[in-house]
Ligand binder design. Structure first.
Ligand code: ADP
Length: 475
């Protein structure tokens, strides 16, 4: 008989409350599926000033205070009243520190997320019982396993098992040692748990102190041993406690049959008409040609996503492969790439367009209306975009890395359904686009692939079970 587990997820993001990327999607979905398996999963996150906060009803469940170094702060824990998301959702309010419009990118992010973590642990200490698992996500919450084990004030929490999921190991939350007094009075013999190359490295600390570590795909876990922004030897050393579990997608949110962001719904039965209707909306809005294959890019415009290669790869494809295709880019990030993508619009009017910024609704219409999705990522821990695209019958063009390697099979291989390439270079991207164009000249094959894509199973059920297995092995 399976034991019922109580799990507290701690995260900086959770969709639809606040999302900057895949982390938000995962934390907004995984707990719901864990509850459906009969467990009790809850989420605690910072209280930002988001629409979700103002649109919903909250009750205060706890108030407390603590020190961040010499600064005394007070925090309030509020709970969403109606279980709207399928799990108990708690927000931590720290006046002046967390209640801002953006999630990240403030100069005092170290102070913000350290105070948040202290508040979570302090609140946990007031519970009359302990959860079985505290599941922390990425570096913003990765000091919690250390605090549970090594802070004198929280010794009663030391038996709680902790699991760290790494959604992105590039960002590690480095802090100077002069901020070590931010962490509540801790056992000085354990300084080595905090240190990495003469800095406090919260992600490295989480990897050492958590009972289990997971990453969001098997291939990413392998890659981290060779390329993890300085933590390679740690991943090699700790490989015994690391597990790769592929993210799922929330098939209730991402469903072309009922998606509330798209007007023209479709299933495998009317896929062609459905996609065309959505494509028409995009082509009308962005001045593109409905008769040409539409290749889209959606995502953060950063080096990890190889966004810097997009302008030339798009330009070269349009000039060298005849102007056979259209491109549409949605994203924000590196200001130089944003500028390039904007200025390209005019010489390439009718072939290419872009929208700089974050737009959830447009992203859904793009997944629904596009023919191909391009993801040339240099690093891709799991990647959700390709899974969303496939769910909407859009063929992925991906670099074989991390989760892209684990989820897309090239159409040249048996049962293949995507276009894969190996090197993040303009030449390889352009060549992959050329292969996509060859594929698009075979309408019967395209139709068969679209059906196959929409029938692939990327749902959360299997992965949610695997996490429970990890929790059990942590006990
Ligand atoms: P990462 O977490 O590295 O950014 P993922 O592929 O795991 O990448 O998840 C990206 C998520 O963010 C997807 O849900 C994608 O649709 C969404 N997204 C990224 N950029 C934008 C944008 N500019 N507008 C709307 N959605 C976006």
């Amino acid at each position: 008989m399976q034991l019922i587990m109580e799990i507290l997820h701690v995260s900086a993001e959770c969709y639809p409350v606040a999302k900057a990327g895949g982390l938000g999607d995962v934390v907004g979905a995984l707990p719901k599926y864990q509850n459906q398996l009969g467990h009790i999963a809850k989420v605690v996150m910072p209280m930002y000033r988001t629409k979700f906060l103002y649109d919903n009803q909250w009750e205060v469940v706890h108030k407390g205070g603590n020190n961040l170094g010499s600064w005394w702060f007070e925090y309030t824990v509020i709970k969403e009243k109606t279980n709207k998301l399928g799990f108990d959702l708690y927000l931590i309010d720290i006046n002046g520190l967390l209640d801002r419009e953006k999630i990240y990118s403030y100069q005092d992010d170290t102070e913000r997320f350290t105070a948040f973590q202290i508040s979570v642990v302090d609140w946990l200490a007031s519970w009359k019982h302990h959860p079985d698992i505290v599941h922390v996500h990425d570096h913003h919450t990765a000091l919690i396993p250390f605090m549970l084990k090594h802070c004198y004030a929280y010794q009663q929490l030391a038996s709680i098992r902790s699991v760290l999921t790494i959604h992105n190991a590039q960002y590690q939350g480095w802090m100077d040692w002069d901020k070590s007094n931010y962490i509540p009075h801790w056992d000085g013999w354990q300084w080595g748990m905090l240190d990495w190359n003469n800095n406090i490295n919260p992600l490295a600390c989480g990897i050492r102190c958590a009972d289990k570590v997971t990453t969001v795909s098997w291939s990413y876990l392998e890659e981290l041993r060779y390329m993890s922004n300085g933590l390679e030897s740690l991943f090699e050393y700790e490989r015994g406690k690391c597990v790769g579990i592929l993210n799922g997608i929330d098939t209730k949110v991402w469903d072309p049959e009922i998606d509330s962001y798209i007007g023209d719904h479709f299933t495998t039965e009317n896929i062609d008409e459905g996609k065309k209707a959505n494509k028409k909306i995009l082509c009308d809005q962005f001045n593109l040609d409905i008769d040409k294959p539409l290749i889209i890019f959606i995502g953060r415009l950063v080096g990890e996503k190889a966004a810097d290669l997009l302008p030339q790869a798009i330009g070269d494809s349009i000039y060298h492969i005849d102007p056979k295709m259209n491109f549409l880019v949605l994203g924000s990030g590196d200001p130089h790439v944003e500028w390039q993508l904007e200025t390209m619009k005019y010489p390439l009017t009718g072939y290419y367009n872009s929208q700089i910024g974050y737009n959830e609704k447009l992203s859904h219409i793009m997944y629904a209306g596009a023919d191909f999705l391009l993801m040339p990522s240099r690093v891709e821990p799991c990647g959700l975009n390709q899974m969303y695209a496939m769910r909407y019958g859009t063929i992925p063009i991906v670099r074989r890395t991390g989760g892209l390697k684990d989820t897309v099979i090239d159409y040249g291989a048996p049962n293949g359904y995507g276009v894969c390439f190996d090197i993040a270079s303009v030449g390889d991207i352009t060549n992959a686009i050329y292969r996509a164009m060859l594929l698009s000249e075979q309408p019967d094959r395209i139709n068969a692939i679209r059906k196959q894509l929409m029938n692939l199973d990327f749902s959360w059920e299997g992965s949610a079970e695997q996490y429970i297995g990890v929790y059990e092995s942590a006990k």
